[in-house]
Design a protein around this ligand. Sequence first.
Ligand SMILES: *Cc1c(COP(=O)(O)O)cnc(C)c1O
Length: 645
Amino acid sequence: MSDTVSQNGTGPQPPSSSSWTIEDSEDLYRIRGWGDPYFGINSAGHITVSPQGDRGGSLDLYELVEALKKRNLELPLLLRFSDILEDRIERLNACFAKAIARYNYPGVYRGVFPVKCNQQRHIIEDLVRFGNPYHFGLEAGSKPELLIALASLKTPDSLLICNGYKDRGYIETAMLATRLGQHPIIVLEQPEEVELVISVSQQLGIKPVVGVRAKLSAKGIGRWGGSSGDRAKFGLTIPEIITAVDQLRQANLLDSLQLLHYHIGSQISCISAIKDAIREASQIYVELAQLGAKMQYLDVGGGLGVDYDGSKTNFYASKNYNMQNYANDIVAEVKEACDEKQQAVPTLISESGRAIASHHSLLIFNVLGSSDAPSGIPEVGPEKEHLILRNLRETYDSITPETYQEAYHDAVQFKDEATSIFSFGYLSLRERAKAEQLYWACCRKIYDIVRQQADVPTELEVLEKTLASMYYANLSIFRSAPDSWAIEQLFPILPIHRLNEEPSLRGTLADLTCDSDGKIDRFIDRLQSKSILELHPLKPGEPYYLGMFLVGAYQEIMGNLHNLFGDTNAVHIHLTPNGYEIEHLVKGDTMTEVLEYVEYNAKDLLENVRKATEAALQTGKISIEESQRLLQNYEQSLRSYTYLA
Ligand SMILES: *Cc1c(COP(=O)(O)O)cnc(C)c1O
């Protein structure tokens, strides 16, 4: 898999400084921006994790990974820090408590966790436990999620918000949950659900608490902007809400309507979009109360963003507000609207998933090798060289800070010509190799000049990407970071050690899949994003570990089995006074398990290979030793991890 393992940095190098410090690394990888208060760098140049923020101890991530490897936990490895999850819940509740105090809001906050964000049992169990002091509830977006929520939620006074498309079975189950002491709220997402709820209520003799999801005209922005507006997939338009009110009134159930919900999309990067939505929703809330509904809850959905690049801007990988601003704006706007119409304020609900779950998980993977673009300049032989080669050499010699741009165009043109001459049979394979080597030499020389310029012409930005080293990463993007592939989401990625050493190479990451999309070539940066990541030259015989951070929301469940790379190993780490404890260890899939997903039976497969081996033995095509070796390898593989050892 690895071409040449680059040892001495043949790729382009950033301006070198001999006195690289961990502060330089902090700055380069923007750790304070996205990692505060959970991640930092220690004097050994290793990433540290402080799962309780500034209130608790910290762990050396590199040492933790080494210790886990000694317990036979192979990479890639997903680390989940339950203390971070707890800290996120505390923070969110503290922000709302602070806002409620600041604006003298005569109501409370009762958050819920949207199960779809991470359905893993250990995580939901942790969330329920950590949420207990705050009466934190759960939100279900589908029938299977309702089953999870119903069985997991045991917190007094917490809410069970029932969203998503519903059939009679869903509604019955949700309503009957009342009998168990739960507080389910059935949120009408479709006009058809109104009659269904009325009918189930009459049949069971249960008066449900019902909510309505409004299609706001205030739009979210960015990737999930389509979650609101008239053409959104979910929710009722204003005329449909009025119809629902009339239907409920007729069925004597108008007092069941107690909640207004909206969700304008995930990762809202701009505070103004949040303000617009809450302003519009507050008015709808007040109006519904005046129409006779017994309004008690306002559920603002998700959307609270995560600052993946640490830039604190309205770039899609960031957000231009913090959690406290978010809580303040919601509390203040609702209070103002209610005061104006002399309406009692609602219990506030938010369904923040990303903001709660992202930080607690990170993926550690190793680099298997790297390859660089061809380097060096081919020798001039005794014979006269082909014209195209002479042209390329001349171009190379002509490169100066004044001419580099023109020289670049020439180099590209000559290289294209070389390829086409080759295709017509007028250039030998050896000559073509020389032409390509010369082309790369031109690119490097030009790049060295370009790097010193303040204003880089855009076409030359391509150079940086072209010359970058390729680092082969032991992971599948499709399994572990599907959003990086599907929607170009940015996650912070960086080495977890050697951070006191200058990362002298620039690289992109290629994953294990045989898919050309299986790569990462967009990374967080100061402004927008960059196409290369600063990395260290690999040292022979030494592992190089990278961490992908903030992956606790959505990535696990949306990951797929492309090329049959299965679930990664996962460990749940909890900080103790003496260090840490492994609370749970969830072994990743074996090959037998991934093969079962596609309906293969490991025993049958092995039997097929055994029969073929037997037949080959009979005809003398394989020796007995070879046959044993083959079968042993096959059997052992079936039991082992799908990633490379
Ligand atoms: C996905 C979703 C959420 C969670 O959104 P985040 O941005 O992750 O907080 C909340 N509510 C609904 C209705 C959703 O569909």
